[in-house]
Design a protein. Structure first.
Length: 361
């Protein structure tokens, strides 16, 4: 059976999950700042875990399944959506991706939601962030788990996934085991640290929207907390008026978007919660209570102790791509059939204008 690793690059941590014949052999979580500060050490960690058949690498907004060694600079700019020297975001991810490409490791970059042929083109109009590559990986884990519980093949799975991360909140709709719709962290619900979808007039008043701005204005800012004092656990015990507004805003925004995404699934069997904030019992209860009229809500259960759901799902995708036991899952999701770029469906601005913003000719 293949020996593979899945990587989930998050705002707070970069997680790794290794699988061999269904057995977890690598289960790690590294602070993002630490991992990005020394790409060489990160590459060495992967090399020491070898031999490996395939690694699902840190892919940002995603690429249509490309080996890291074959990825061009343009590919990486489109995957991480930042020009050279652009401040904000998860700085250093592109440098890490380049370090992986220079190695001999079998790293592949995987698609985001907007690349998937299973999502109709009309849902992609003026959209870029319908869910990053790591959200596709979390969906893979959710699909696999529902299929195992039934039991049923992956193509009989239907659900709405809500990913409540340490910074962003996203939601994906899955029908017949395929992602058919989604809203990413920068285009959907209010996040713990990020504002989510921006009111167009707010964007106008800002004068310009930088990458850094996309990571601000979330529930923590509403509550009046700084980066040092903002924790998911504190969020569960709102004490001040501002903290209660933050709580209500995030919970209600999440439920509204989840309900909206359910319209893209004929009959979702369940709503599935994942991410750091979903591990807080009070958050689980509040969302489950509000979604109760629409369907059952469960918290996603993984198979690793440490690595986040995104890394576990990435490991399942890597296993399937390498011909392992999760090949049916990957085939059903259409990972190998992904196509296009994140700029293909823009009408409010031209594709050329977007390319110039990224420093591409």
């Amino acid at each position: 059976m293949p020996r593979v690793i899945g990587i989930d690059p998050g705002t707070v941590s970069i997680d790794l999950c290794g699988l061999e014949d269904g057995r977890v052999f690598l289960d790690r979580s590294l602070p993002t700042a630490e991992a990005l500060a020394d790409p060489g050490a990160f590459v060495a960690l992967l090399e020491n875990a070898g031999p490996l058949d395939l690694i699902a690498g840190p892919s940002g907004y995603g690429l249509p399944l490309v080996r890291a060694q074959d990825a061009t600079d343009e590919d990486l700019r489109l995957a991480f959506l930042a020009a050279e020297g652009e401040p904000g975001g998860i700085g250093g991810l592109r440098t890490l991706a380049r370090a992986l490409a220079r190695s001999a490791l079998p790293v592949f970059f995987t698609p985001g939601v907007v690349h998937l042929a299973s999502v109709p083109d009309h849902r992609k109009v003026n959209r870029v962030d319908m869910g990053t590559a790591d959200k596709v990986c979390v969906a893979a884990l959710a699909i696999a788990r529902q299929a195992e519980r039934a039991p049923s093949p992956p193509d009989q799975v239907s659900l709405v996934l809500v990913e409540l991360g340490g910074a962003f909140t996203a939601a994906l709709a899955v029908a017949d085991g395929r992602i058919v719709d989604g809203v990413g962290g920068s285009s959907g619900p209010l996040g713990f640290r990020a504002a989510g979808a921006l009111d167009g007039e707010v964007a106008f008043l800002a004068g310009s929207v930088s990458k850094a701005l996309l990571f601000t204005g979330g529930a923590a800012a509403v509550a009046g907390w700084d980066d040092r004092t903002a924790t998911p656990q504190r969020f569960a015990t709102a004490a001040t008026a501002r903290e209660r507004v933050a709580w209500d805003a995030l919970v209600e925004s999440t439920v509204k978007w989840a309900a909206a995404l359910a319209l893209s699934v004929p009959a979702p069997k369940e709503f599935v919660l994942s991410g750091r904030l979903a591990q807080v019992e009070a958050v689980q209860h509040a969302i489950r209570e509000r979604l109760g009229l629409l369907g059952a809500t469960r918290v996603l259960e993984g198979f690793a102790r440490v690595a986040k759901h995104g890394a576990q799902g990435a490991a399942l995708i890597a296993d399937g791509l390498a011909g392992g036991r999760h090949r049916a899952l990957v085939d059903t999701m259409g990972i190998g059939a992904a196509r296009g770029t994140v700029l293909d469906h823009l009408y409010v601005i031209s594709r050329e204008q977007a390319r110039r913003r990224l420093g591409l000719s």
